[in-house]
Design a protein around this ligand. Structure first.
Ligand code: FAD
Ligand code: FES
Length: 348
């Protein structure tokens, strides 16, 4: 970590924060408790825009998809890709919903274990030198050897101060730089830097409504963490959980064994599966672990068929590929589910 820091001031306010020369404007602001808007932290969503009023900044990734030609014309920059070269004054519209629930910190992490979950999802477990408190459903940024930019992965475990560790369930993306390094290069014992926690789709413990978790493909980890967090919280013992997982075919289905390990499985915790493109002869029973299929189609269709109008009275968490996120949102809006009961951080 760089020793050199710069002072950043929010225009028109007394608010100042310091930013390490190797940190980004967004992450430094969140470390200072400032409710800087963001979602992905990796240059894709464009939610972290601000204006530079005075000073000089560098751009870590000028080709970031979240930085448009219009932004360049209007001198707007991405907080998650901007690094200060000196003291700066910036203008940004903060909003309470973005206030960090835990202060993000950088920790040194050692890969201790890996375990196959499906043919293309693997769990990577890291021991960390200093605890990183986080809420179920949040994510962290992994700096992987030889990979440009950090990669966002959601934790699948729940924070345990007695044994600080972070577990990630990662889907191999064909040709993907970061996931390939995790699968093919990283070996137990290797150390990396992890920065977190980030994200807004964390378990709302104060709400006592029944919970629905919808996961597709790479979205397994944050939903498993929410299920584990809910099961471990005595204040939520009367809450029911409907966990719905969607894959293309039976060999993609997973997560049921993780829920079976939780107290209340089969009673207040239930698992349902959907497959959208079953393989020949797969029928209604599929997968290496023969997880029963409840629906042939998409996971949002399964939620609609299973819960319908009742969704309006539930707290809903979802994670997965962008197309799934959009379909789930449309289905929930059609049921007039209030937006403050829907929780998701779009994956990119
Ligand atoms: C909030 C969030 C949570 C996620 N959680 C999970 C999870 O739990 N499990 C899972 O499998 N996947 C998760 N993802 C997806 C994951 O972060 C990666 O996008 C995915 O693994 C593909 O990465 P890759 O490096 O293999 O592919 P690549 O195509 O090499 O990289 C794609 C990702 O890296 C970023 N990127 C690419 N180049 C650069 C660069 N030069 N500088 C900076 N950034 C760059 C992109 O914005 C994009 O996010 C999550 C994504 C987000 C945003
Ligand atoms: S582009 Fe910066 S938070 Fe998504």
């Amino acid at each position: 970590m760089s020793e050199l820091t710069h002072n950043l001031t929010l225009e028109g306010t007394e608010v100042q924060f310091s930013c390490n020369a190797d940190d980004t404007v967004l992450r430094a602001a969140l470390r200072a408790g400032i409710a800087f808007p963001y979602e992905c932290n990796v240059g894709a969503c464009g939610n972290c825009k601000f204006q530079l009023i005075e000073g000089e900044l560098g751009n870590k990734w000028p080709e970031a998809p979240g930085w448009t030609d219009k932004d360049r014309e209007r001198a707007r920059l991405l907080g998650c890709q901007s690094v200060p070269h000196g003291d700066c004054t910036i203008k940004v519209r903060t909003s309470a919903q973005y206030a960090p629930v835990h202060t993000p910190r950088r920790v040194s992490a050692t890969l201790t274990e890996r375990r196959d979950i499906t043919h293309d999802i693997c769990e990577f477990r890291f021991a960390i030198d200093t605890p990183m408190p986080f809420e179920p459903g949040q994510y962290a940024l992994l700096t992987l050897p030889g990979v440009r930019g950090a990669r966002a992965y959601s934790m699948s475990n729940i924070a345990d101060p007695a044994s600080p560790s972070l577990h990630f369930q990662v889907r191999r993306v064909p040709g993907g730089e970061g996931s390939s390094v995790l699968f093919d290069v990283m070996r137990p014992g290797q150390r990396i830097e992890i920065d977190g926690p980030y994200g807004h789709a964390w378990l709302r413990r104060e709400v006592k409504r029944d919970i629905v978790c919808l996961a597709g493909g790479s979205g397994l980890a944050p939903m498993i963490s929410i299920a584990r967090g809910m099961a471990a919280d005595p204040a939520l013992r009367d809450v029911k959980l409907h966990f719905l997982y969607g894959g293309r075919s039976g060999k993609d289905l997973c997560g049921k064994d993780m829920l079976e390990a939780l107290p209340g499985f089969g009673e207040r915790i239930r698992y349902y599966a959907a497959v959208s493109a079953p393989e020949v002869n797969e029928g209604g029973q599929a997968g290496a672990a023969a997880i029963a299929v409840n629906h042939l189609g998409f996971v949002h269709e399964l939620a609609n068929a299973l819960l319908g109008k009742r969704l309006r009275d539930m707290e809903i968490y979802f994670a997965g590929p962008p197309a799934m996120g959009t379909a789930v949102q449309q289905m929930l809006l059609a049921h007039r589910v209030p937006s403050d009961r829907m929780h998701f951080d779009q994956f990119y």
